[in-house]
Ligand binder design. Structure first.
Ligand SMILES: Cc1cc2nc3c(=O)[nH]c(=O)nc-3n(C[C@H](O)[C@H](O)[C@H](O)COP(=O)(O)OP(=O)(O)OC[C@H]3O[C@@H](n4cnc5c(N)ncnc54)[C@H](O)[C@@H]3O)c2cc1C
Length: 388
């Protein structure tokens, strides 16, 4: 396969309006004594800033780059609890389903312009359901997910442009999609409306803890003395060795095309068409960090999409990008109080599902911080399970 010449940029930044781009690049400065200091301006930190500001907390967020510039900018934008859930431990379900519903509700609010669509997820890769779609669907339904087995004819009716799927497929009609950076912009806007300050180009350097409490935080811009500190630092989180590992992934996209398909398709890779017309494919997983897209991998992704949509004559890819997500060994995030520190919290390790899980993580963690009672849904997400 000849390598493709693609621009190294994600489809997300260029499909924001200038106003939205400015919202992610705006700096509100640093307050010296907020109720809560959130470190990290990805989707998790921004969702939390919004949830806490909605509870009348004075919130300061600091981000070393620009808002949404980490793994969030690399994401595919999938909100896919039913496609993902059957492959995760049971604790995933309640958080993922709650979070999916919160996204649906947020999408109705005036600040939240997300390109939200409940377009469903259709898996036609028989390896994923071990060639037994009805058996797989029955098990997933037992776990509470909205999943149906469909035969080859139903696949063809649902997505007529797809190559024939002799083994049929798995359809998750309530799985959804959003524009990840519009998600980041929306949370930033709502947080600011709640008087949160979001500081960019501001790095956390050192934490001073005394007698089991954070008393002061040194940043590249000066000192901050918050009542609570929350680390939402993605794959840069500082944790005992082996707790988090970096996993990089790659995506490629076309320019806008006329409507070709509705669902997100799980084939050899995932493939979907955005509301704005671009076809996006990829979502690969490889251990480690990689800053720049791999040309051979781009060619392989493009070839996979052409096989999936064989009668689309001009499926020409123009952009490629990659991102690094942080993974734990059980695939679940860490949403917990830091060990032995009363007022320090962690929300990291969301791996392939940070977009999906952001509103649920934020609402439940905010509730825990404010009531000092751990919500039941967060009981399986402690750091301790990953130590030793
Ligand atoms: C290719 C790919 C496809 C994906 N597809 C999906 C998908 O379809 N659906 C889904 O739900 N998820 C998906 N994900 C995963 C999702 O993108 C992540 O789980 C999510 O973005 C994690 O958000 P975060 O806020 O934890 O991390 P990030 O977005 O990485 O944000 C962390 C931020 O912390 C900042 N930071 C770190 N250290 C410091 C410091 N010391 N001081 C100040 N700031 C600091 C970083 O600069 C960064 O901006 C995908 C990821 C990739 C790479």
């Amino acid at each position: 396969m000849p390598p493709l010449e693609l621009k190294h940029e994600s489809v997300w930044w260029s499909t924001l309006t200038p106003v939205e781009q400015a919202e992610l690049s705006r700096d509100d400065g640093l307050a010296p004594q907020p109720d809560v200091l959130v470190v990290g301006g990805g989707i998790i930190g921004l969702a939390l800033a919004q949830a806490l500001a909605a509870q009348k907390q004075s919130v300061q967020l600091i981000e070393q780059g620009t808002l949404g510039g980490g793994a969030t900018a690399g994401s595919a934008g999938g909100v896919w609890p039913a496609d993902q859930g059957p492959f995760h431990p049971p604790e995933f379900g309640p958080l993922a389903l709650l979070s999916r519903d919160l996204w649906g509700r947020l999408s109705l609010k005036p600040d939240f312009n997300l390109d939200w669509r409940v377009n469903g997820f259709l898996t036609v890769n028989p390896e994923r359901f071990q060639g037994d779609a009805p058996g797989f669907a029955a098990q997933a339904q037992e776990l509470g997910y909205t999943v149906h087995a469909i035969d080859a004819e139903q696949v063809a009716r649902l997505e007529p442009r797809l190559a024939p799927a002799p083994a049929g497929g798995i359809h998750c009609p309530s799985d959804a999609h959003l524009h990840p950076l519009k998600g980041a912009v929306s949370f930033a806007r709502a947080a600011r409306r709640g008087k949160a300050r979001l500081a960019i180009q501001t790095k956390l350097l050192e934490i001073e803890r005394v007698a089991g409490r954070v008393v002061s935080v040194r940043t590249s811009r000066g000192e901050c003395r918050p009542r609570h500190l929350v680390m939402c630092t993605g794959h840069e989180a500082v944790l005992p060795a082996g707790v988090l590992r970096p996993v990089w992934g790659q995506l490629i996209a076309t320019d806008p095309l006329p409507p070709l398909m509705k669902c997100t398709i799980g084939g050899p890779f995932l493939t979907l068409q955005l509301k704005t017309g671009e076809v996006v494919t990829g979502g690969t997983q490889a251990e480690g960090r990689n800053e720049a897209p791999d040309a051979e991998l781009s060619a392989k992704l493009a070839e996979g999409a052409r096989r999936l949509l064989p009668d689309v004559a001009d499926l020409r890819f123009t952009r490629a990008w990659c991102g690094v997500r942080s993974a734990t060994r059980d695939g679940l995030p860490i949403i917990d109080r830091a060990a032995g520190v009363e007022n320090e919290w962690l929300a990291v390790g969301h791996h392939r599902n940070g977009l999906l899980l952001a509103p649920g993580t934020a609402d439940l963690l905010a509730r825990w911080m404010l009531t000092d009672e751990q919500p039941e849904e967060l009981q399986g997400f402690g750091l301790q399970r990953l130590l030793g």
